[in-house]
Design a protein around this ligand. Structure first.
Ligand SMILES: O=C(O)CCC(=O)C(=O)O
Ligand SMILES: [Fe+2]
Length: 328
């Protein structure tokens, strides 16, 4: 079948339609897809009638085209994974006994496309970069749709390369000298404030998981292009590069779950950088596979009618291929 290619928002994001399962094994197609992903801001979607029946093994193999698939991370989440594969289920599917079989975070539905832009009052949508609190944050993710709601449940993406380039020169210069302090303890405590069952770290776990610091402007290791980076629920402070964080500030962030006011600098950018020039709303069809680059995009989940519809997504996490990791 002939493939059709279309841009999602100018040169940010690209979709290839008419993709078959056989294409996924074809080295030429793999090469072409990797190249498109790189040239379109790190957002690639493939769509095709027979992808809805993709096997977990085929999805893992396709993911390996873009990075090294994370194997760990399923411990304690066995009831939310595809058995035997490093694939996490996200959504609201349940077993016969009514137990949730996926990771579910309820967020509001978009009332209109105006809601795509970050709203400082509601702090929604929850635009973020995944897992910057980890020592080696993932380079990206692969997201595959098994079941899609008739309405809602879209995933939003924003182009952090073009958004950074659109800022004025003094702002770019100021940001380029900053680092985000990203703390797992802060992240978990913050979530526990509105989700009281959410476990917070013990003192030992906190000591074993010190914050990770990431550049607020990340130069992509492949292209060298700078992109805004490092904002998510774990981001507890923003400091000049190399400047130590005071212990009492970190304790407050971790134990009370409040962000240091320095994070406002990044949050204040969000309404601009999630505006229509930079964003894509991806409405899922079963079979779709989207790969995003965590180093130059933001993303956000949107809600759906959780009682009426089923959503089941399969998610894999990507790391830099081993050679690249060794060179760090
Ligand atoms: O469910 C979604 O649309 C996005 C979830 C998400 O943020 C993630 O898997 O990292
Ligand atoms: Fe995410």
């Amino acid at each position: 079948m002939e493939h059709r290619q279309s841009g999602l928002n100018g040169d940010f994001g690209i979709m290839i339609e008419g993709v078959s399962r056989r294409d996924l094994d074809d080295p030429d197609f793999q090469h072409h897809a990797f190249d498109l992903w790189t040239r379109h801001g790190g957002l690639l979607a493939i769509r095709g009638d027979d992808l809805a029946a993709l096997s977990p093994a085929a999805l893992v193999a396709w993911s390996e085209v873009f990075g090294a698939v994370e194997q760990e991370g399923m411990t304690g989440r066995e009831n939310m994974s595809v058995p035997g594969y490093p694939i996490l289920k996200i959504g609201n599917v349940r077993d016969a006994a009514g137990n949730l079989k996926a990771s579910l975070a309820r967020v509001p539905e978009l009332a209109s496309d105006d809601d795509i832009r970050y709203n400082p009052e509601t702090r929604r949508p929850v635009w973020h970069t995944d897992s910057t609190f980890r020592k080696h944050p993932p380079i990206g993710s692969v997201f595959h749709c098994r079941l899609a709601p008739d309405r809602g449940g879209e995933t939003l993406f924003a182009d952090m390369r073009r958004a950074y380039a659109a800022l004025d020169a003094p702002t770019r210069a100021k940001l380029a000298n900053l680092e985000a302090v990203c703390s797992l303890a802060h992240h978990d405590k913050k979530i526990s404030l509105y989700s009281p069952d959410y476990p917070v770290l013990t003192a030992e776990q906190r000591a074993a998981n010190p914050p990770n610091r990431v550049p607020v402007v990340l130069e992509h290791p492949n292209s060298g292009a700078p992109a805004l980076y490092g904002l998510n629920s774990s981001t507890c402070a923003v400091l000049p590069r190399g400047e130590a964080i005071a212990q009492e500030v970190l304790d407050h962030c971790d134990l009370v779950g409040e962000e240091h006011q320095s994070v406002d600098l990044l949050r204040d950018l969000l309404p601009f950088i999630t505006g229509p020039d930079f964003t894509v709303k991806w409405a899922w069809r079963p079979g779709d596979v989207v790969v995003w680059d965590n180093r130059c995009t933001l993303h956000a989940a949107t809600g759906y009618d959780y009682e009426r519809y089923l959503r089941e997504m399969w998610r894999l996490t990507l790391h830099a291929p081993k050679q690249a990791r060794a060179a760090e």
